[in-house]
Design a protein. Structure first.
Length: 195
């Protein structure tokens, strides 16, 4: 049995009528990453784009369910998410990744994994006090009480991006207004005629 040549990826992208992009959302728990990712996904889909959202919570239910929250496991969580995003992007999808991804080095490693696929680091810039006030899962209260060790932003560090491709301050913006700041750039990068 001989191995058949794979269809060149550019042919797959042409069939979809778009080029791939990876949008990597980073920010504290409760910053709005998942909500904004969902809004971006819906808006792009409504415009005929082919997209996929990789959300940290969902990844931990399946692909990364064997990982805990040690430094080593967190790094592996990021690596697996980046490899998965790369595979999805290779098929031509606009891939939106929503992970706290607290360390600059790990986000740079994710960018390196993306290779020649355009990679946007999107900082969902929400102050800690706002994230704590939102606290949709009650995690900050539990972390402050000592029930969750190594909680990012409380008992574990978060390294905000120094030069993100886009920073989205969410404090005085709705989810849709926040998403609208990113959508034009994703449409531009995924346009079929882009070199």
């Amino acid at each position: 049995m001989t191995r058949q040549a794979l269809q060149p990826r550019e042919n797959r992208w042409a069939c979809l009528g778009q080029r791939p992009v990876i949008a990597w959302f980073t920010g504290l728990s409760g910053a709005g990453k998942s909500s904004i990712a969902g809004a971006v996904d819906r808006a792009l889909t409504a415009r005929g784009c082919h997209t996929m959202v990789l959300d940290g919570d969902n990844l931990r239910l399946g692909l990364n369910r064997d990982l805990g929250f040690s430094a080593r496991d967190r790094a592996e969580n990021i690596r697996r998410a980046a490899e998965t995003a790369r595979l999805m992007a290779e098929t031509g999808l606009v891939t939106i990744v929503s992970l706290i991804s607290p360390f600059r080095a790990e986000r740079e490693a994710a960018r390196a994994i993306a290779g020649d696929i355009p990679f946007l680091e999107i900082f969902i810039d929400t102050p800690l006090c706002v994230c704590e006030a939102r606290d949709p899962k009650g995690l900050y209260d539990r972390a402050r009480a000592g029930a969750i060790p190594d909680f990012t932003g409380i008992s574990a560090p978060y390294e905000a991006p120094e030069r993100p491709d886009l920073a989205i301050p969410t404090q005085d913006r709705s989810v849709e207004e926040s998403a609208a700041l990113l959508i034009p750039e994703l449409l531009r990068l995924s346009a079929p005629g882009r070199a």
